[in-house]
Design a protein. Structure first.
Lengths: 210, 332
C-alpha cells in the first residue's frame, strides 16, 4: 500500500509541476512538451485508480493525436515570436478584460467543484445506473455507452459530425490548374491511346501536338 | 522485505525479456542486410563472425567510440532526449507481448490498446529530433513523418477493431487463444494485407521511408545525429519493426499457437512459434525494402486516407454484420 501511495504522489507531483510549467515556460514548444508530460502522468493516475481503458484512450487520443497536431502547429507557426509582438503592441489592453472575465469564471467553477466533494455521498445515491463491478471497465463502459445511452451517444456523434463538416467547409479552397493523378486513367490506358505509329516522309518531320 | 524480493524478481524478469529483444534486434539488422543483398545478388555482410553474424555488434562498437556531435544552435535537452524517447518507447511495448500462455511480463486487460498507444507515441522521438536539430532537412523529415504516422495509425486502429470484434476482449492472450481453431489471417485476409502495408508506413520502412528519403532529405530527422545517439535511433527503429511484426503475428497469425495441433508440431515450445512467425513477417518486410520503389508523398497520403481508411471501415461493418447474422459474436 505504501508503494502505491509513493507512486501516486510521484505521478501527481509530475502532473502538477508540468501543468505549471506549461504556463510558465518561455518557449512555446517546451510548453507543449510539458503538456504532453502532463497528459501522460494523468493517464498513469487513471490507470492507478483502475480506469485502465480511460487511461489508454487518453494516451491514444490526446498524446498520440491531438498533441502531435498541436506540436505541429506550434512548431510551424513560430508562436513565440507572435506572442512577443502581441505583448509589445499597444492594442493588448482590449484583450485583457475578456481574459480576466474567463479566468474569474473558471476560478469560481473550480471552487464549486472542490466544494462539491462535500455533497459527494448524496450525489452517489442519485446515480441512475448500477455499476457492475465484476465486469472489466471496457465492458461496462461499452454497455453504458452503446446500450443504455445509445441515443445520447449518437446525438453527440451528430454534433461532432456537424463540427467536422463545418471545419472542412471553412478551410476548403478549390485551386484551379492542379494536375491530379488518377489511378483509373493510368490503368485504363492501353497501347492504342498511348502509341501512334507514323510513317515519316523524308525531310518533312512529324507534327506531335495534333 | 517481501516487497523488495518482488521488486528484484520483476527486475530479473524484465532483463530476461529485454536482453533477448536487444540481441534479436542486432541479429535482425544483419538479416535485413543479408536479405537485401540476396535479392540484389550481392553477398551482404559476411566477414565478421560466422556468416557475418557479428556485423551489427561491430557496428555498434564503432558507434560507441565515435564522437557525439551536438549542433551549437540546437535545443540541447530535446536533442538528447529524442533518441532516448525513441529507444524507450520501442522497448517498453514488449512488456505486453505474450510469448506463451504463461510467459508474459504484464498480462494486462487492455494489452492491445497499450500496444497501440505506445506505437502512436513513437512519433515523438522523430518530431523532437527533427525540431531540436534546428536545421532544414531534419525538420522537413520530422513533419513528413508526423503526418505519415498519424495517418496510418488511423487505419491500424480500425483494423484492430476488426480483430477485436472477432475476439471480444482487449487482452493479447485472449486474442491469441481466440485463434485456436482458425487464424484470423484467413477470414480477415484483406485486413492482414492492409495491416502489413500500414505497418510499413508506421515504421517508416521502404517504400514509405519518406522521412529519411536520402535522395531528397539527406537522412531526414537523423541528419544531425552521430555516434551513439544515431545508433539509438537506429536500434529503436528496428525494435519498432520487430514489434510491428510481433503485433501482426499476434493479431492475425495466431501468436504462439502452432499451425496444426499434431505430433511433430505441438512439441515445439510456444515461444519458438511466435519467433518463427515474427521472422516470417520480418523477411517479408526486408524483401519489400529490396523490391519496391519509394512512394511519392501525395500518393502515400492518398493511399492512407482515401483507400485504406474507407476500405477498413467498410470491412468493420461487414465483419460486424457477418458475426451478428450467423450469431458468432463472442461473449454471448
Amino acid at each position: 500500500m505504501i508503494a502505491h501511495a509513493i507512486v501516486f504522489y510521484i505521478f501527481s507531483l509530475i502532473a502538477i509541476v508540468s501543468a505549471i510549467m506549461v504556463t510558465v515556460s518561455k518557449n512555446t514548444v517546451n510548453s507543449v512538451f510539458f503538456l504532453i508530460l502532463d497528459f501522460i502522468s494523468i493517464s498513469c493516475l487513471f490507470i492507478m485508480i483502475g480506469a485502465e481503458f480511460l487511461g489508454m484512450i487518453m494516451l491514444i487520443v490526446y498524446v498520440g493525436a491531438v498533441a502531435v497536431l498541436f506540436l505541429f502547429v506550434v512548431m510551424m507557426l513560430n508562436v513565440a515570436q507572435q506572442k512577443n509582438e502581441w505583448f509589445n503592441s499597444s492594442g493588448r489592453s482590449s484583450h485583457i478584460p475578456v481574459g480576466l472575465l474567463v479566468s474569474i469564471i473558471v476560478f469560481f467553477e473550480l471552487i464549486i467543484v472542490i466544494g462539491g466533494w462535500k455533497y459527494k455521498p448524496d450525489l452517489l445515491d442519485s446515480i441512475a445506473i448500477e455499476i457492475n463491478t465484476d465486469l472489466t471497465n471496457t465492458q461496462s463502459l461499452g454497455s453504458v455507452i452503446y446500450t443504455d445511452y445509445i441515443h445520447l451517444f449518437q446525438l453527440s456523434g451528430m454534433v461532432l459530425l456537424v463540427a467536422m463538416i463545418g471545419a472542412i467547409v471553412l478551410t476548403f479552397r478549390q485551386r484551379s490548374g492542379v494536375k491530379r493523378q488518377s489511378y483509373f486513367k493510368q490503368i485504363s490506358r492501353d497501347r492504342n491511346d498511348g502509341i501512334e505509329l507514323v510513317d515519316v516522309e523524308n525531310n518533312k518531320g512529324v507534327k506531335i501536338d495534333a | 522485505m517481501a516487497e523488495l524480493l518482488i521488486f528484484f524478481e520483476q527486475i530479473y524478469r524484465i532483463l530476461f525479456l529485454l536482453i533477448p529483444v536487444l540481441v534479436s534486434v542486432a541479429m535482425i539488422v544483419w538479416l535485413d542486410r543479408r536479405v537485401w543483398a540476396f535479392v540484389q545478388k550481392r553477398r551482404g555482410p559476411n566477414v565478421v563472425g560466422p556468416f557475418g553474424l557479428f556485423q551489427t555488434l561491430a557496428d555498434a562498437l564503432k558507434y560507441i567510440f565515435k564522437e557525439i556531435i551536438i549542433p551549437a544552435s540546437s535545443n540541447k535537452v530535446i536533442f538528447i532526449l529524442a533518441p532516448i524517447v525513441t529507444m524507450t518507447l520501442a522497448l517498453i511495448a514488449w512488456a505486453v507481448i505474450p510469448f506463451s500462455e504463461t510467459f508474459v511480463l504484464a498480462d494486462i486487460n487492455v494489452g492491445i490498446l497499450y500496444l497501440f498507444a505506445v506505437s502512436s507515441l513513437g512519433v515523438y522521438g522523430i518530431i523532437m529530433g527533427g525540431w531540436a536539430s534546428n536545421s532544414k532537412y531534419p525538420f522537413l523529415g520530422a513533419i513528413r513523418s508526423a503526418a505519415q504516422m498519424v495517418s496510418y495509425e488511423v487505419s491500424i486502429g480500425v483494423i484492430i477493431i476488426n480483430v477485436l470484434l472477432c475476439v471480444g476482449s482487449l487482452n493479447l492472450s485472449d486474442i491469441v487463444l481466440a485463434q485456436k481453431d482458425l487464424w484470423f489471417v484467413i477470414p480477415l485476409f484483406p485486413m492482414f494485407i492492409i495491416f502489413f502495408i500500414s505497418a510499413l508506413a508506421e515504421t517508416n520502412r521502404p517504400p514509405f521511408d519518406l522521412p529519411e528519403a536520402e535522395a531528397e532529405l539527406v537522412a531526414g530527422y537523423q541528419t544531425e545525429y552521430s555516434g551513439m545517439m544515431y545508433a539509438m535511433f537506429w536500434l529503436g527503429e528496428y525494435a519498432n519493426i520487430l514489434l510491428m511484426c510481433a503485433m501482426g503475428s499476434i493479431l492475425f497469425l495466431g501468436g504462439w499457437l502452432s499451425p496444426i495441433d499434431l505430433f511433430p508440431f505441438n512439441i515445439i515450445p510456444a515461444p519458438i512459434w511466435l519467433i518463427l512467425k515474427i521472422l516470417f513477417l520480418f523477411i517479408l518486410f526486408a524483401l519489400i525494402k529490396a523490391i519496391v520503389p519509394r512512394y511519392r508523398y501525395d500518393q502515400l497520403m492518398k493511399l492512407g486516407w482515401k483507400i485504406f481508411l474507407p476500405f477498413s471501415l467498410i470491412y468493420v461493418v461487414l465483419t460486424a454484420s457477418f458475426l451478428m447474422y450467423f450469431d458468432l459474436l463472442p461473449g454471448n
